[in-house]
Design a protein around this ligand. Structure first.
Ligand SMILES: [Zn+2]
Length: 392
């Protein structure tokens, strides 16, 4: 048995009661900003970072003052969670994992707050959850497994509210099974995952590309409306900034357009994710060993641009690894410096000229075998994967 963390996501019903949650999320945003400012002021005065416990203690005191009573609106645990989040952000910054320390952000862009043991009550049979004393119903798309550790209320760009249950789940360990094995090379020319033989090749649709015209139309609509609302331009930095006749957040039509755009973006993300799950299950049911290249995403994006992001490889790999662990499929990732495309799969000769990505086909100077670049690489990746498996 192993313990894993699983997150279950449910959408809340559309309801007028949701405005209470919106208010609580906004309050979380205000609290966040207040704490960030406190951190900064503390550093300026004492040249030390403010520690979490001190901040939490201070906030508990503050919420008794009428001016700050919005602190308590979303529960004292959620308030402590805000302090934890900022602390986490600073720690990441000091470890140089983040480039910037946490900073103030727009309250309307705040997304979530998290509750731990208290402040919520789940009624699974009625598909309902009580958050800070108010009952909300959610679309129950599946059963919740394991013990719930935290509950997060999250708002997306469209304005819909979701509830996330982070659960600790006990699962049986799955023993790796035997079966077919395959190696994949990432090719961005004809197919996405190139296998040693043609019939095993895998393709992925480019959902962003498919919806690009729709998005363009929406963007045009927005910019037309913004222009109609613009009074004049002022100089700002290198460019010009518009001065609006009416503030944007008051223009209902423009807000509607923004929402429409956000909805389409959400649709694209959902489509892509659904496809990833399907593909991962299909691959894992077909093969017992999948050998892949480790990718350097930054490097790939430099070469191919937007296309790479549209496939969402990194997300796909996470899903694939999870599904594989459940199905008993072994995933092996070959080191990114392994010269998979330079080696001849037949005799092992390393042809250094093939570094140039423009060469799609080549003939081995040693044994005279004709190679397709990606297919040869896929065979090498599979070979290397099998070798590593034996070495374990
Ligand atoms: Zn050869």
């Amino acid at each position: 048995m192993i313990t894993i963390i699983k997150t279950f996501k449910f959408k809340l019903y559309q309801s007028h009661r949701n405005k209470k949650l919106h208010r609580q999320i906004n309050a979380a945003g205000l609290t966040y900003n207040h704490c960030v400012k406190l951190h900064k002021r503390y550093y300026r005065l004492f040249h030390k970072t403010l520690n979490k416990a001190k901040l939490q203690k201070h906030m508990t005191k503050l919420k008794k003052i009428p001016k700050f009573n919005y602190f308590a609106e979303f529960g004292s645990q959620a308030m402590q969670n805000v302090a934890e989040r900022i602390d986490f952000g600073y720690k990441k910054f000091f470890r140089k994992e983040n480039k910037r320390p946490p900073k103030c952000r727009k309250v309307s862009k705040t997304k979530s707050f998290t509750l731990k043991q208290s402040g919520w009550k789940l009624d699974e049979d009625n598909h309902a959850i009580t958050i800070n004393g108010q009952k909300y119903r959610y679309h129950k798309s599946r059963e919740i497994e394991g013990t719930i550790k935290t509950v997060t209320i999250k708002r997306d760009a469209v304005g819909d509210i979701y509830v996330f249950f982070v659960c600790q789940v006990e699962q049986n360990t799955v023993i790796p099974r035997l079966g077919k094995s395959i190696g994949f090379d990432f090719g961005l020319k004809d197919h996405i995952l190139v296998a040693p033989t043609e019939e095993d090749d895998v393709d992925m649709p480019r959902f962003f590309q498919q919806n690009r015209n729709k998005l363009k139309k929406m963007q045009k609509k927005v910019s037309r409306k913004l222009l109609a609302n613009t009074d004049h331009f002022v100089k700002k930095g290198k460019g010009l900034a518009p001065v609006y006749k009416r503030p944007i957040h008051e223009c209902k039509n423009i807000q509607k357009c923004f929402k429409e755009q956000a909805r389409l973006h959400r649709r694209i993300v959902n489509q892509r994710e659904a496809y990833h799950w399907h593909l991962a299950y299909e691959l894992c049911s077909r093969y017992a060993l999948i050998s892949l290249e480790s990718l350097n995403m930054k490097w790939m994006q430099m070469g191919h641009g937007k296309k790479v992001g549209d496939y969402g490889f990194s997300e796909f790999l996470i899903i694939l690894k999870y599904v594989a662990s459940r199905c008993g499929t072994t995933i092996i990732q070959i080191d990114k410096w392994y010269p998979s495309s330079q080696l001849c799969h037949d005799c092992g000769y390393q042809n250094k000229h093939i570094k140039d990505v423009r060469i799609r086909e080549w003939t081995c100077p040693k044994c005279g075998k004709y190679h397709d670049r990606d297919r040869n690489a896929a065979i090498n990746i599979l070979k290397e994967g099998l070798r590593q498996l034996k070495a374990i």
